[in-house]
Design a protein. Structure first.
Length: 95
């Protein structure tokens, strides 16, 4: 999910997806927020909106895969998460 899309920004889209899932008792869709916004406040906004992980641009294929793995593992419950894996991928130095 791009944080800054035209028409509906990524934060609004993520909130709308989460509200729809809740209202219809659907499983959570894994969401990776991809953005050029790499500051901690942007990461916090993404996670608060319901994104599973935050990935700052530019990113490598490896960091994209890591962000996807974090989002997928989170959807499988807390036992699937590696507690040492940050929700922010490729921007962990901001944590």
């Amino acid at each position: 999910m791009d944080m800054q899309m035209p028409v509906m920004a990524g934060l609004s889209a993520t909130r709308a997806i989460r509200e729809h899932e809740t209202a219809h008792h659907l499983p959570a869709t894994p969401i990776v927020m991809v953005t050029a916004n790499a500051m901690r406040q942007h990461r916090d906004q993404a996670i608060e909106a319901g994104a599973n992980s935050h990935l700052a641009k530019p990113f490598t294929p490896a960091s994209l895969m890591e962000a996807i793995e974090v989002a997928l593992a989170e959807g499988q419950g807390p036992e699937a998460l590696d507690t040492t894996t940050p929700k922010t991928v490729a921007t962990a130095h901001l944590a």
